[in-house]
Design a protein around this ligand. Structure first.
Ligand code: PEP
Ligand code: MN
Length: 655
């Protein structure tokens, strides 16, 4: 049952209500963050609606209509985000799990782990107990395999996933691995599900070979009913009449599950297709369909693999796939978790001090206290795209707060009030945000990262408003400009410019009139309890804003991933003589450095003289770049490196 509580209910009354329910043997789940105050209640003996309605503080009782309760979206509207060390699965993150089908030897596991990590996996997979169709096939290295996995984690920092085939291995799993997997063949092994629930470690629950989505969710409910809601659902293909691929990948399960459950959903295109060439196309489709991550089999010598060689990607193929995923991710509002975001397990130690992450999620009092210590500052107010970027880039441990101007962001970071600033630098339709270029020069702060956010504008109004009712629309001028076509088609609507999309949504929420609407994000609508009347009303869907992260110090080498993925931003001025900009460009060209952006800004107080801002695909802070820097300096009057940071893509892929 879902209990909708009275709006003004006090904390004391709420606690009393919860203890009455607990006495009746109910599990109570409180929903946080929404507009309504909600308790989800589950009991083995069902309590009558009349009894629940009679309890003090209860405004309404709505039955959960599905057989699965704890894992249902009705029980919890927000997406569940599962944390494994410093890696998160779910929400707006994309997480890549990769590794061989089976751990075959220490050497094999180490080679593959280093390769997949290099290309962007943040979790390593490898079977130690293999459920094979034939008793004569390789069955896995068993405990020795688990020991190797633990060693892989030790050496590479990647957290490890392996399959548990029987409750009798629970103790071994607790000792050696971070996530347990329940394989397709065991999806309805109820004793194993209950055991996984009691173990409390995150569980990847694969869909059975011939199971319906409902049966799958009922299996997840078994785990949750034991008190463990750290469940990741993994679609890996089902049996159909089609023999060409090993199984048929049911991608429609992604949107179906997204509606039915709050649990994250990942896709395993390797077991789904069984054919190497088919893995990448299906992986790309899965991300486009809204999956929260991928599990991919990778082998450095697939022709010699002891199991599933034909479906295993070569490391380089895996790398190519991840680059494609990096490009697709912002289109569907997601961010790929990769070394270059600073989230990788390799960087865990330096990160824990940078972000004050608590180890392993089982926070001690001390680490709980330090969780909120790091702060990121952004422009505007809650619900803006800048806020979205801040949440998306940083882990939930980093506190975010808004300030009214770009200059304030620089001031907050400079003074140490904030550790990070989130700065929009350019929009794919509107061009550069010049004020921030000037501020980057004025303040001696450094760029340490970047991310792109897709900007989708929606017409937002009150729940009972219809488009015909709307008389005025609140929005900032750039948003009005980007929605010209829609607004022209509705010429009777008056346009009211305001500062930010979130303030527009907020003022409509506060006005309470059905004639007002705002342009803003889905997140802002949810934040202020409003509804989306018309989705995606921007003229051009290729609407992205690129943000950079600023800090007081440069990114250190530990936090940089792999040289081919590093970008440097620089600012320089040249002397006022013919060909001087050309001379600088020549240095880039002669050193095979790809220039991905060049921007000029007038120098204050020096009419008709310019500063040039360039983004280069190279790491200029590496000592191997000393010669390049010397050559640039010879051809410039002023030169400064704004930062070298992970970007994860080559120019041609960029959005
Ligand atoms: C595996 O992931 O190695 C595996 C055996 O998968 P599934 O249970 O989906 O067949
Ligand atoms: Mn396999």
């Amino acid at each position: 049952m879902i209990l909708v509580l009275e709006k003004e209910i006090t904390q004391v009354k709420k606690s009393q209500l919860k203890s009455i329910l607990a006495e009746k043997g109910c599990m109570v789940h409180e929903q946080e963050g929404g507009v309504q105050n909600i308790l989800g209640v589950i009991g083995r003996k069902s309590l009558t609606k009349e009894f629940l309605m009679s309890l003090e503080g209860v405004a309404d009782v709505v039955p959960i209509s599905t057989a699965y309760k704890l894992v249902s979206r009705q029980m919890k509207q927000d997406d569940t985000i599962i944390r494994i060390g410093n890696v998160e699965i779910g929400g707006n993150k994309l997480t890549i799990i990769a590794g061989p089908c089976a751990v075959e030897s220490r050497e094999q596991a180490m080679i593959i782990a280093k390769e997949v990590k290099k290309y962007g996996a943040t979790l390593f997979r490898g079977g130690a107990f293999k459920p094979r169709s034939s008793p004569y096939s390789f069955q896995g290295l068993e405990e020795e395999g688990l020991r190797i996995l633990a060693e892989v984690r030790e050496v590479t920092g990647l957290r490890v996933v392996t399959e548990i085939t029987s409750p009798m291995y629970a103790d071994l799993m607790m000792k050696y691995v971070d996530i347990i997997q329940i394989g397709a063949r065991n999806m309805q092994n109820f004793e194993l599900l209950k055991c996984a629930g009691r173990m409390g470690k995150p569980v990847i629950l694969k869909r059975g070979l011939a199971s319906t989505i409902e049966e799958w969710l009922m299996s997840a409910e078994y785990i949750a009913a034991e008190g463990n809601q750290n469940i990741i659902l993994c679609e890996r293909g089902i049996r159909t009449f089609e023999p060409y691929t090993r199984n048929t990948l049911d991608l429609s399960a992604i949107p179906v599950l997204k509606q039915l459950t709050h649990l994250p959903v990942i896709i395993d295109p390797s077991h789904a297709t069984g054919i190497r060439e088919k893995v990448s196309p299906m992986a790309r489709a899965a991300i486009a369909a809204g999956a929260d991550g991928l599990m991919i089999e990778v082998h450095h010598k697939p022709e010699e693999a002891l199991s599933d060689g034909p479906q295993s990607l070569y490391p380089k193929q895996f790398g190519r796939l991840i680059r494609d995923i990096y490009v697709i991710a912002p289109v569907v509002g997601k961010q790929l978790i990769h070394d270059y975001t600073g989230y990788s397990a390799e960087n865990y130690d330096s990160l824990s001090s940078r972000y004050q992450l608590s180890a392993g999620g089982t926070g001690t009092a001390e680490s709980e206290n330090s969780r909120q210590e790091k702060r990121v500052v952004y422009l505007g107010e809650q619900g803006t795209f800048s806020h979205k970027a801040a949440i998306q880039y940083f882990s939930s441990d980093v506190e975010s707060y808004p300030v009214p101007s770009f200059r304030d962001i620089f001031e907050e970071v400079k003074s140490g009030a904030a550790d990070f600033g989130m700065i929009p630098i350019e929009n794919s339709l509107a061009g550069s945000i010049h004020e921030n270029y000037d501020l980057l020069l004025e303040y001696k702060l450094f760029i340490t990262g970047e991310l792109s956010i897709r900007i989708i504008h929606n017409l937002i109004a009150h729940k009972d408003s219809r488009l015909e009712d709307i008389k005025q629309v609140f929005a900032p001028p750039p948003a009005l400009n980007q929605c010209r076509r829609f607004l022209n088609a509705n010429p009777d609507i008056r346009l009211v410019p305001v500062n930010a999309t979130a303030s527009a949504v907020k003022s409509v929420a506060e006005s309470g009139t059905l004639e007002d609407a705002a342009i803003g994000s889905v997140e802002a609508a949810a934040l202020f309890g409003m509804t989306v009347l018309e989705e995606a009303i921007e003229d051009n869907p290729r609407n992205f804003t690129r943000f950079v992260i600023i800090e007081r110090q440069m990114l250190n080498d530990e936090l940089k991933s792999n040289a081919s993925l590093i970008k440097s931003s620089v600012v320089f001025s040249t002397s006022n003589k013919p060909g001087s900009l050309f001379e600088v460009m020549k240095v880039f060209s002669e050193n095979q450095i790809n220039l991905v952006k060049l921007e000029s800004r007038p120098i204050h107080g020096k009419p008709w003289q310019y500063m040039f801002y360039a983004d280069l695909e190279t790491d200029l802070t590496n000592s191997s770049a000393d010669g390049v820097i010397k050559a640039i300096k010879q051809n410039t009057e002023f030169f400064r490196i704004l930062g070298s940071y992970n970007c994860g893509k080559k120019g041609s892929d960029s959005i």
